[in-house]
Ligand binder design. Structure first.
Ligand SMILES: [Zn+2]
Length: 241
């Protein structure tokens, strides 16, 4: 699924005087066959695309800035919904796998420019909510982990990923967890662990969403032959640096 490609198809269809229902059927088929999205997301995608079709047919193949913004924002939201869903799924699978090897601790990544309300939660150690089950047959370790959790006031991965913090699971959150060896956690300070895992530190975290939006808008303006608008977008893109 490609935002600009869809606009291109609709624009061409208007120029070719293709009947509206034909192009809607074509786009519905395209969305239906995309493997990346689930049914709910596909329904949202089609709703947004259908609106763009109706507007463009009504406006002789044009789409105005406010409408482009709505369209891009709408599609971005669905994409991000998909990203979060996949992230959650992968995390769940990883945790399940790690439990089998008694790995129950995780460290959240540290970013140079985190969301304000995620700043205090990054770079910390969290524990799988099911740590007791994972360590059930190892009395010594069970006791050690229990003591560690108590002494360090360790929160669970599951609770920090839920309300109200939504670490990882909030749209556009770039945080991630790395799995830690249980012995490493029990035997080292948090600073030592951080030093041992440079892969959890990300310096160029802040992707410029505004710039990205102007770039998509410029491509759409170009497709629609709106040269003046595309030139204005170029100025805005350069200003984002
Ligand atoms: Zn975050």
């Amino acid at each position: 699924m490609n935002k600009v490609k869809i606009i291109k198809i609709i624009h061409q269809a208007v120029l070719d005087k293709t009947p509206e229902h034909e192009i809607l059927a074509k786009l519905r088929g395209m969305i239906k066959n995309t493997p990346d999205f689930n049914i709910r997301e596909k329904r949202c995608l089609y709703k947004i695309v259908k609106k763009a079709v109706l507007l463009m047919y009504y406006q002789n193949g044009n789409l105005y800035n406010g409408q482009i913004k709505q369209y891009v924002t709408g599609l971005n939201k669905v994409e991000e919904h998909k990203n979060v869903r996949e992230k959650k799924f992968n995390m769940t699978m990883n945790m399940r796998y790690n439990r089998a090897t008694q790995r129950v601790f995780y460290m959240c990544s540290t970013h140079s420019n985190p969301a304000k309300d995620h700043a205090e939660w990054q770079g910390k150690i969290y524990v799988d909510r099911f740590w007791r089950e994972a360590l059930a047959y190892d009395d010594v370790r069970l006791k050690m982990v229990a003591a560690y959790i108590k002494n360090h006031d360790v929160k669970t991965v599951q609770e920090i990923c839920g309300a109200p913090v939504y670490l990882l699971t909030r749209p556009y959150c770039k945080h991630f967890f790395i799995s830690l060896d249980t012995v490493e956690v029990l035997g080292s300070s948090i600073n030592k662990i951080k030093k041992n895992h440079p892969e959890a530190v990300v310096h160029t975290h802040n992707i410029n969403y505004r710039k990205k939006y102007y770039q998509i808008r410029r491509r759409i303006h170009s497709v629609l032959n709106m040269t003046t608008e595309a030139e204005a977008d170029t100025i805005l893109i350069n200003r984002q640096k």
